[in-house]
Design a protein around this ligand. Structure first.
Ligand SMILES: [Zn+2]
Length: 174
């Protein structure tokens, strides 16, 4: 694997721990949840709709995309993690993820689709899909997220085209 940075890299010392941690948006004491506002509103307005959605999930567009096909899936309600997902979401999770992965692979020239669950951002359970470009061996494993951070932003038309193809593939398998 190759880091997307030049040497020498200097390891930093860990920071002092911040306890209690600040609330995330949507948690008590945190900022209002913009995702809730959008999810409650898009079906009844002319606001942009998710790439795909059902009663439980919404597949969302990312901003500043460097690799067309990067998307993220969020639960429509607040759930912290797998540990507190209700049964009906747990049961629909794997089929939904599989459909999205197939849709992304259908874009072509993708070696594999990475699925990341960080959990430190939104109060909605959410996972990221990162397509690793075919042949981009330096971006295997965790290096793909780092490369995606430093690559130039992809042309907006290419990003929109990938999202439209993903939307079409998911609509065809509804
Ligand atoms: Zn919310």
């Amino acid at each position: 694997m190759t880091l997307p940075y030049a040497e020498p890299l200097v390891a930093l010392a860990p920071q002092p721990r911040v306890i209690p941690e600040p609330p995330r948006a949507g948690e008590p004491g945190g900022a209002p949840c913009g995702l809730c506002d959008w999810l409650a509103d898009f079906e009844h307005s002319d606001h942009e709709k998710p790439i795909w959605y059902d009663d439980n999930w919404a597949l969302c567009r990312a901003t500043g995309v460097t690799i067309p096909g990067v998307v993220w899936l969020a639960s429509r309600a607040h759930h912290d993690s797998f540990a507190d997902l209700p049964d009906h979401l747990l049961h629909s999770y794997a089929p939904v993820v599989a459909r999205i992965e197939r849709a992304i692979l259908g874009l072509g020239d993708i070696a594999r689709v990475h699925v990341y669950r960080w959990g430190d951002g939104s109060a909605h359970f959410h996972i990221w899909f990162f397509p690793r470009p075919l042949g981009m061996l330096e971006a295997k494993r965790e290096m793909l997220a780092l490369w995606a951070n430093v690559l130039p932003e992809a042309p907006k038309e290419a990003v929109a085209n990938a999202e439209a193809k993903i939307a079409q593939a998911l609509a065809e398998t509804n």
